[in-house]
Design a protein around this ligand. Structure first.
Ligand SMILES: NC(=O)c1ccc[n+]([C@@H]2O[C@H](COP(=O)([O-])OP(=O)(O)OC[C@H]3O[C@@H](n4cnc5c(N)ncnc54)[C@H](O)[C@@H]3O)[C@@H](O)[C@H]2O)c1
Length: 469
């Protein structure tokens, strides 16, 4: 690109080599780059092989891993980890011994891992020597105790979001990580997703594609669904359930809805996307107002709100941005995505692989042809505004419709794999965590206040000190 072209480009101009270098590990990109990417990957692989050989071995030393909690999400993480080389599964712990624990043990056996099985984490930590790291996917109210015990036992920890259902618990986790000197990664996996990184670092920050951000929106809509059930023959005895904080099997399976165990949909689902607001906007919120309630389900079994609408204000380097977030568990229309709107365009991004669009504000934005030519975006799809009047002329009430482009970068790996890979690389001393304890804490501060704001029925302010420990 010559100087003139650079000066016409929005934001700092990036060339093809910068772009490729910025996409380390990205699996599929536009066809234009494939040949160059292959060469670059080949060079990178050779360098990695040389470094390994110099260090005295071909493959990285195996990391010895324990899993704590292998329900729905623990199984998803386990399946992702089975695709990551260099991991040895040494132990698994879960209180549902006859069901989830056995199933995980059998799966691991199929893949050649003889893991020791435990129902109590303290026993596992006492008996298992030589572990490097533990991956925790128990219900939110257990995260603080589990994480702190593992850190104090000298293990690096990957703990699922929400970091904790209380700020006090999250704070203790940050402190324990600092005192132990071990790594603590929180499972906000979008922070390692190549498409999210590309959208934030390249499209928004480098190219300034949407111009000055003005508002943001996010939603997670889910269809109405019955409570989760369980196979009766695998019921956990009541005294054992009580020992681990559950009043009944129904509560054990549907812990998300209970105030002492989880945080409801705004925490369960919203935490992922409210985290993206702060990450993409480069600021923590300065206030939040919210409305919500259990409008549809039975309040005695759904203590947390099934519907929540929240509005944040962010003081960003570019100016004030208002961000609206909505979650409802009674209608699944349009699923889940985040949307960032600026005076020159809009970005719509979702973890869901099919969604990733940008819209150019034809009235204000410079041409995006260069980004199409370079393969960052697909050709524009022109959105026709059809006039409905008989004369076929445009109704003056219609605004100029934007051009729609797809983000060319595709990502088809399991969602959690890059975040787990980032954790294991950091454990090996290569690179930094993408969501360390302090970042997980900031996100928890922003999210947990929504439930407070619903209760208070007024705008609540954040002070900058609230985000620090
Ligand atoms: N990052 C994501 O996209 C994502 C998605 C879903 C869930 N999650 C998080 O993962 C965690 C687990 O959620 P889930 O949907 O798998 O719940 P789940 O109820 O399906 O699984 C929880 C598992 O933990 C076990 N368990 C409960 N208490 C325990 C204890 N004290 N000791 C050992 N084992 C215990 C249960 O027997 C069960 O197997 C939650 O923190 C949730 O927020 C994250």
């Amino acid at each position: 690109m010559n100087e003139e072209e650079k000066s016409k480009s929005p934001g700092r101009a990036i060339d093809r080599r910068d772009f490729l270098q910025g996409l380390a590990g990205v699996p599929v990109i536009g066809a234009f780059a494939l040949a160059a990417l292959k060469q670059e990957s080949f060079r990178r692989a050779s360098r990695a092989r040389q470094a390994a050989a110099t260090a005295g071995g071909e493959a990285p030393a195996e990391l010895r891993i324990a899993l704590l909690g292998v329900g729905a999400q623990g199984s998803v993480l386990l399946n992702s980890m089975l695709k990551i080389p260099g991991l040895r599964f040494q132990a698994v712990c879960d209180i549902w011994t006859e069901y989830n624990l056995k199933r995980a043990g059998n799966l691991l056996k199929k893949y050649g891992h003889e893991a020791a099985l435990y129902h109590d984490y303290r026993e596992m930590l006492d008996k298992e020597k030589g572990l490097d790291a533990v991956v925790i996917a128990t219900p939110d109210f257990w995260h603080a105790d589990h994480t702190i015990a593992c850190l104090q036992a000298g293990l690096h920890v990957y703990c699922e979001k929400e970091m904790s259902n209380t700020l006090e618990g999250a704070r203790r986790m940050v402190q324990a990580a600092r005192e132990s000197g071990k790594l603590l990664q929180i499972g906000h996996q979008r922070r390692s997703n190549p498409r999210y990184i590309f959208c934030r670092d390249t499209l928004l920050q480098e190219l300034q594609l949407i111009g000055r951000p003005v508002t943001a929106f996010g939603q997670w809509n889910r269809s109405a669904a019955p409570d989760l059930g369980w196979p009766k023959k695998y019921e956990i005895p009541a005294d054992q359930l009580r020992r681990y904080g559950y009043d009944s099997m129904a509560q054990f399976c549907n812990w998300r809805w209970y105030k002492k165990l989880g945080g409801g949909p705004i925490v369960d689902l919203g935490s992922h996307q409210i985290d993206i607001f702060s990450w993409f906007l480069g600021a923590n919120p300065k206030s939040v107002q919210a409305s919500g309630g259990t409008d549809y389900y039975d309040k005695s079994t759904h203590e947390w709100y099934d519907t929540v609408l929240a509005t944040y204000e962010y003081e960003t380097p570019a100016g004030l941005v208002r961000a609206h977030y909505k979650t409802q568990t009674t209608n699944g229309s349009l699923g889940y995505f985040e949307q960032f709107m600026g005076d020159q365009g809009t970005l719509v991004i979702s973890e869901s692989a099919g969604m990733g669009l940008v819209y150019r504000e034809k009235a204000n934005a410079p041409s995006w042809d260069e980004w199409v030519r370079k393969g960052y975006l697909t050709e524009p799809k022109l959105i026709e505004v059809k006039a409905e009047s008989e004369s076929d002329s445009l109704d003056v009430r219609e605004t100029i419709s934007p051009d729609e482009h797809r983000i060319a970068l595709q990502f088809n790996d399991p969602y959690h794999k890059p975040h787990l890979e980032n954790f294991f690389s950091a454990v090996r001393g290569k690179g930094k965590l993408n969501c360390p304890a302090e970042v997980g804490y900031e996100s928890a501060v922003a999210v947990l206040k929504v439930n407070e704001a619903v209760e208070a029925r007024k705008t609540l302010d954040f002070s900058p000190e609230e985000f620090k420990i």
